[in-house]
Design a protein around this ligand. Structure first.
Ligand code: ZN
Length: 315
């Protein structure tokens, strides 16, 4: 065999070995790994056919308490680009990146947004694991659920487009064009939701959900969200906190009560029982639904949540 063609053959074999060890990667595409479904959907919209996408936490999954697997580490090791939410949402990502040996860029999709700070004091932890404690404390300061405001979603998309252009300049025009078309849809939906919710009298715009995932939604559309559980699904409310919320529901006549796709519904069911309220339905907070559910895309999720909330105000 000619020397050059033999070398090419060996290179092809090596490439084949890599391809078979991560079967989801398609040859010739930019390999992007992201942490959860909402970023995954944005990436599909902007990246289109030029990217091969891996999403670590799947539909209806809870990224707050996710435990990465060896397969996740392998996916990262083979990636060209990693995109995360940031703001402390994926508390496990730094360790996973380190463990995987991935050395490429880790892009924070929420960079540049006006982050909300939590008013709640972060839970005191046990004394074990000093480094972890500091990390958790830092994470407790900012509300990570920034995607729940379409204006922030537009910034996410701009950051994602910039990252794809930098990683794969050959398709820069495509990425920019797709991001712009998608951005128009976000703007149009934001306008539609705003007009629908602004029609509701301000003193009726109060909602109870499981965990505190909708403060950005509330700020964007003038809605007061209350939740028995804090910013992370990891925390648990005390009996006193639950009782206080029931009193508030009664005194303020809060009738909009929702469970979430990613959290245990029992706490909200208890609130409904004790306050004599009815659960309005399911909101999609930190994850999209599967393809046959009501929120398979970011736009569908927003349309679904806004429509459920608007219905509960007028019922
Ligand atoms: Zn959350």
């Amino acid at each position: 065999m000619h020397r050059l063609s033999r070398r090419l053959f060996l290179v092809a074999l090596a490439t084949l070995a890599v391809a078979t060890s991560s079967p989801s990667w398609a040859a010739g595409k930019l390999k992007v790994v992201t942490t959860f479904t909402i970023l995954g959907d944005m990436l599909k919209n902007v990246g289109g056919e030029h990217i091969a996408l891996g999403t670590l936490v799947g539909p209806d999954g809870d990224a707050h308490v996710y435990e990465p697997t060896p397969a996740d580490a392998r996916a990262l090791a083979g990636a060209d680009l990693v995109i995360v939410n940031g703001l402390g949402f994926e508390g496990w990502i730094d360790r996973l990146v380190k463990a995987s040996g991935y050395k490429g860029p880790v892009v924070v999709a929420s960079a540049g947004i006006d982050a909300l700070k939590t008013e709640d004091a972060h839970d005191e932890h046990d004394d074990h694991g000093k480094a972890e404690k500091d990390e958790d404390h830092h994470h407790g300061e900012l509300d990570p659920h920034a995607w729940q405001d379409l204006a922030n979603g537009r910034l996410y998309v701009a950051n994602i487009a910039r990252a794809l252009v930098a990683a794969d300049p050959a398709h820069a025009d495509d990425y920019r064009r797709r991001a712009e078309a998608y951005d128009h849809k976000l703007v149009a939906l934001d306008r539609e939701i705003r007009s629908r919710l602004e029609a509701v009298p301000a003193d009726r715009r109060k909602v109870i959900t499981s965990h505190d995932a909708f403060q950005y939604f509330g700020r964007a559309y003038g809605i007061d969200f209350h939740a028995p559980v804090g910013l992370s699904t990891e925390s648990e409310p005390s009996a006193g906190e639950v009782a206080a919320l029931v009193r508030q529901m009664r005194s303020e006549r809060i009738r909009a009560l929702f469970v979430e796709n990613i959290t245990d519904p029992r706490l909200v069911q208890q609130l409904a029982r004790e306050a004599g309220a009815v659960i309005g339905g399911t909101l999609y907070s930190d994850s999209l639904s599967g393809p046959t559910g009501p929120a398979p895309t970011y736009l569908d999720m927003f349309r679904h949540n806004a429509s459920e909330i608007a219905k509960s105000f007028t019922s």
